[in-house]
Design a protein around this ligand. Structure first.
Ligand SMILES: CC(C)(COP(=O)(O)OP(=O)(O)OC[C@H]1O[C@@H](n2cnc3c(N)ncnc32)[C@H](O)[C@@H]1OP(=O)(O)O)[C@@H](O)C(=O)NCCC(=O)NCCS
Length: 328
């Protein structure tokens, strides 16, 4: 008998249930990716649960006292109130027995209960066909909203030599915190980031960022046990930040950095700033955290300008992402 139960990551009495729930997701990741798996740690997921910008509800499928399936439904609370995201994993030893279908139905009910009319989800596979996740999502009425690519950079083979930057701009780099005087500009960049990257058919409206949200976003990264490095492009004449990129390293996978957002404001494109900030950030990463050997990034398959920059830096495609959408 499979039972579906709520999981509260912040309830100390549910610590064992929560850790088993995280382990199901990690086991599904490892089955797909082996030593190239990139699971979130229990500590990271727990910290994210505290963030007021998102409501997160977790469910576990339990059989004979063990967690065999895990799902989380995530809804933004300041913007994007119509949609929910969901991620779902079934333990590799228990797949193809209807557990994923039961969890997905429960997750869609949760999303409806949160007043959401669209569920969006993504799956990544080392196979171009998308593997089990594609068969599963299609079977349940999800359609591809966008295709993306996972790319990895082996730092021993990277090319991030110092290139001259247009003298109208200056590149600056900070570690693990953002100066107070940068927060307003960074909030503007985050608002633009939320709609400027290619979205395909994904439904996503502009996110509501201000200096306070940026401050708590970075404070949360530190609380999650992550180190991070941010490089920005500053327009010398106005003094404003017009581009940024960031890399984060999780305490649980100290050999791997994750590329987070990168943006150059539309009005400042065409000056080589995307490559300049990314190359500066990778150099800072090599110097600051020499134990990092690989960097993982995700980009829309249609985002040729970003993919070109990544290829120039030495990234190579390692996985295929399908972003799924279903209207409830
Ligand atoms: C995708 C996943 C959640 C499916 O969970 P599951 O419990 O095995 O799924 P179900 O048993 O409910 O499968 C329902 C239907 O999906 C399809 N399906 C699922 N796995 C499949 C596979 N490996 N090959 C082909 N079809 C598959 C089938 O149509 C299946 O119905 P059937 O068994 O009657 O033919 C699971 O494979 C998994 O955890 N994968 C790794 C994580 C992941 O990719 N999550 C993102 C999901 S969008």
């Amino acid at each position: 008998m499979t039972e579906i139960v709520d999981v509260d990551p912040l309830d100390p009495l549910q610590d064992r249930l929560f850790r088993e729930w995280v382990e199901v997701y990690a086991a599904a990741e490892r089955a797909l990716w082996g030593d190239q798996a990139t699971p979130w740690s229990a500590e990271e997921i727990r910290e994210l649960q505290r963030a007021p910008e998102k409501v997160r509800r977790a469910l576990a499928a339990v059989e004979a006292g063990s967690v065999v399936g895990a799902v989380q439904v995530i809804g933004a609370t300041r913007d994007n109130l119509e949609s929910a995201n969901c991620w779902l994993s079934v333990h590799p030893d228990h797949q193809r027995r209807g557990i994923g279908s039961a969890l997905l139905a429960a997750a869609e009910d949760l999303a409806r209960g949160l007043g959401r009319s669209v569920v969006q989800d993504w799956s990544v596979s080392p196979e171009e066909s998308g593997g089990a996740a594609t068969a599963f999502a299609t079977r349940h009425g999800y359609a591809v909203a966008q295709r993306s690519l996972r790319s990895d950079l082996t730092l021993a083979h990277g090319r991030d030599d110092d290139a001259p930057v247009d003298p109208a701009y200056r590149v600056e780099t900070v570690w693990d915190a953002m100066p107070e005087s940068w927060l307003e500009d960074r909030a503007h960049l985050a608002r633009r980031m939320s709609t400027d990257a290619p979205m395909g058919e994904i439904e996503h409206e502009e996110e509501d960022w201000d200096a306070e949200r940026v401050r708590s976003y970075y404070a949360r990264m530190t609380a999650m046990g992550r180190r991070f490095v941010v490089s920005v492009a500053r327009e010398v004449a106005s003094g404003h930040l017009v581009g940024f990129t960031e890399l984060a390293v999780s305490a649980s996978t100290p050999e791997r950095a994750y590329q987070q957002d990168t943006l150059v404001l539309r009005e400042h494109r065409g000056h080589g700033l995307g490559l300049a900030v990314k190359a500066a950030n990778l150099r800072a990463l090599r110097e600051g955290l020499p134990g990092v050997t690989v960097v993982t990034t995700y980009n829309a398959a249609s985002n040729e300008p970003m993919l070109r920059v990544n290829r120039a830096l030495g990234f190579a495609v390692t996985g295929y992402v399908s972003e799924w959408k279903k209207r409830l």
